[in-house]
Design a protein around this ligand. Structure first.
Ligand code: AMP
Ligand code: ZN
Length: 136
């Protein structure tokens, strides 16, 4: 289903023109308009889902298989040395377009960059307590 006010619905379904690098029944893969690196692409399902939690399981499974396939294509065609797959859920994570997408970010040795975070500190007791909160 297409959401009227969603730009990625329009790009995924060819309503707005875009630089598509792959298309099938369920997905369009397009080049990001503000690429982090050469070949930065977005996997967009054609049916709207705000985020991963709203994406049907079957589509989620197909999306990761497609990410693997497109990663191979980017490696072969652009000669990237690695690939970050990034997927944000919610404004708090940096998601700016509320239509599920995988970022495929090719990495090259000549301008390598690690997507990271500041490693924090936690005591064994804190970790055990968090584990308890999650599993019990
Ligand atoms: P996120 O912050 O994870 O929601 O990522 C949204 C991404 O969509 C950003 O990397 C934008 O550069 C990209 N983007 C936004 N509008 C367009 C567009 N019209 N065509 C291609 N990419 C877009
Ligand atoms: Zn949408």
């Amino acid at each position: 289903m297409i959401k009227d006010d969603c730009i990625f619905c329009k790009l995924a379904n060819g309503i707005f023109p875009t630089n598509s690098i792959y298309e099938d029944e369920d997905f369009n893969v397009i080049l990001d308009i503000e690429p982090a690196t050469k070949g930065h692409a977005l996997i967009l399902p054609k049916n709207h889902a705000d985020n991963l939690f709203e994406l049907p399981d079957e589509t989620a499974a197909k999306a990761i298989i497609l990410a693997k396939k497109m990663g191979g294509v980017l490696k072969e065609k652009l000669g990237c040395d690695g690939l970050n797959i990034v997927q944000n859920n919610g404004e708090v994570t940096g998601q700016t377009v509320m239509h599920f997408h995988f970022h495929l970010i090719p990495r090259y040795e000549k301008n390598a960059k690690v997507i990271g975070w500041e490693p924090g500190k936690s005591t064994p007791e804190e970790l055990a307590d968090i584990r308890k909160q999650i599993v019990e």
